[in-house]
Every structure is written in structure tokens, then in C-alpha cells.
Design a protein around this ligand. Structure first.
Ligand SMILES: Cc1cc2nc3c(=O)[nH]c(=O)nc-3n(C[C@H](O)[C@H](O)[C@H](O)COP(=O)(O)O)c2cc1C
Length: 206
């Protein structure tokens, strides 16, 4: 099988938000796996890596919000929510573009054209990921901007690959942009940021 065919699937991009441990703070992460699966009732699914703090918090609280990213989104939003874990950082620190949804979770008020409030109905254990099946209990349209697809992110938002100044070989994760420096990328390498395998890396330097 040519694994590259999987890259032909089209995705949206989202910030998945949830209440943090003390209930007062918020946390969350970037995901591309939100899909509406039924309309009556209105249900979505989202796949979240088990290692992500966001997954842990959704398992504990059974509710979350989804902000639908649009084409006005800037790369620093991906850095904030997609490149660090809420275990180590307060992702809402010095971040002001958000408000509170009716289920108590945060939603983005900039870079997003709408949001959904969700209540978890079921959780499937998929090995590496949890698949959350959730009812959409509320939501709003925030702007008429077009939604940001994964393809748009790669073409227009993510910084363009650059050769390493020291002439070192660089392998870049095509999913999140993480860079590995070294002559050979180990075949069992897993991206520390988005947890995708070596097959999702491209050689960009040297
Ligand atoms: C473009 C992009 C798409 C991503 N899609 C997913 C996804 O669908 N599911 C997932 O679990 N992580 C995804 N990630 C990775 C998480 O956002 C990332 O690991 C994050 O740091 C987890 O933070 P947390 O530990 O605070 O939950 C994606 C990251 C990027 C940059």
C-alpha cells in the first residue's frame, strides 16, 4: 500500500478546549480530527492522542469546546496550542482572544469562525488515541471567514522549510513542523510534538 494516499484525505483544523485541573483555568490543543457523524442528535467525534493532557482532562470532565479555525489564524496560535503540553505550560497565559461558552469551556474569539460546546457520550479506546463521541449542546458562528483546512495550513500558515545554516541535515514533520537534525532519521522515530511516525517526515536540509 502507498501510505501517502492517506495524505489525500482533507481535514479542518480546530482548537479543542477543556477545563484544567483546578476547574478555574482552561487548557487545550490543536486537532485535525473533528467530524460531524450524525445530525439528529447532532454528534461529532474527535480523536485525541492518549499522551495529550487534553485527552486526560476530557476523560475527567466529560465536556469540551471546539473552536473552528479560519484563514485569519496565525502560526503563533499553532505554537501555543499545538507545540507544548498543558502539563508543562499554561496555554492561556497572556492570551486574551477567548470567552467562556455555555458549558463552561473556553472558545477562541479570534482566528476562529465558530465554536461548538460538546458533552461526551462515549469514549472508544483506539490504542494510541481515544475517540470521543460527543453531543453538540450549543454553538455559534463568529465570522464569515473561510475555515482553515489542513492543506491551507501547510500552504499558507506554516513557515516554509529552510536549510539549516550549519549545513546539517534536517528532517521536518509534515504534520506539525517539528525539526529533527541528524544524518538519518531513525525508522521508529515518533514526533515528540504531534506523535506522528517517521513516515510523516520529509528531508528539508543539506
Ligand atoms: C496541525 C496539527 C494538528 C494536530 N492534530 C492532532 C490531532 O488530531 N489529535 C491529537 O491528539 N493531537 C494533534 N496535534 C498535536 C497536539 O496539538 C499537540 O501534541 C499538543 O501539544 C498537545 O497538547 P496537550 O498535551 O496540552 O493536550 C496536532 C498538532 C498540530 C500542529
Amino acid at each position: 500500500m502507498n501510505e501517502k494516499v492517506m495524505r489525500n484525505l482533507s481535514y479542518g483544523l480546530f482548537v479543542l478546549t477543556v477545563k484544567d485541573r483546578d476547574g478555574a483555568k482552561d487548557t487545550g490543543c490543536i486537532v485535525n480530527t473533528v467530524t460531524q457523524v450524525t445530525t439528529t442528535p447532532n454528534r461529532i467525534t474527535v480523536a485525541v492522542n492518549k499522551g495529550n493532557y487534553t485527552a486526560e482532562r476530557i476523560l475527567a470532565t466529560k465536556k469540551f469546546a471546539v473552536s473552528v479555525l479560519d484563514t485569519s489564524v496565525k502560526f503563533d496560535l499553532f505554537e501555543r496550542f499545538g507545540f507544548h503540553s498543558g502539563r508543562d505550560t499554561d496555554k492561556f497565559r497572556d492570551f486574551h482572544s477567548w470567552d467562556t461558552a455555555s458549558n463552561g469551556c473556553a472558545f477562541l474569539t479570534a482566528g476562529a469562525n465558530g465554536y461548538l460546546c460538546c458533552k461526551v457520550e462515549n469514549v472508544l479506546d483506539l490504542g494510541s488515541h481515544y475517540l470521543f463521541i460527543a453531543e453538540v449542546t450549543d454553538g455559534a458562528v463568529l465570522s464569515r471567514n473561510e475555515s482553515c483546512t489542513y492543506a491551507y495550513y501547510h500552504a499558507n500558515v506554516k513557515p516554509k522549510p529552510q536549510t539549516d545554516a550549519a549545513g546539517q541535515t534536517v528532517w521536518r514533520c509534515t504534520i506539525c513542523g517539528y525539526e529533527y537534525k541528524g544524518e538519518e532519521l531513525p525508522p521508529d522515530f515518533i514526533c515528540p510534538v504531534c506523535k506522528h511516525p517517521a513516515s510523516d517526515f520529509e528531508k528539508v536540509g543539506k
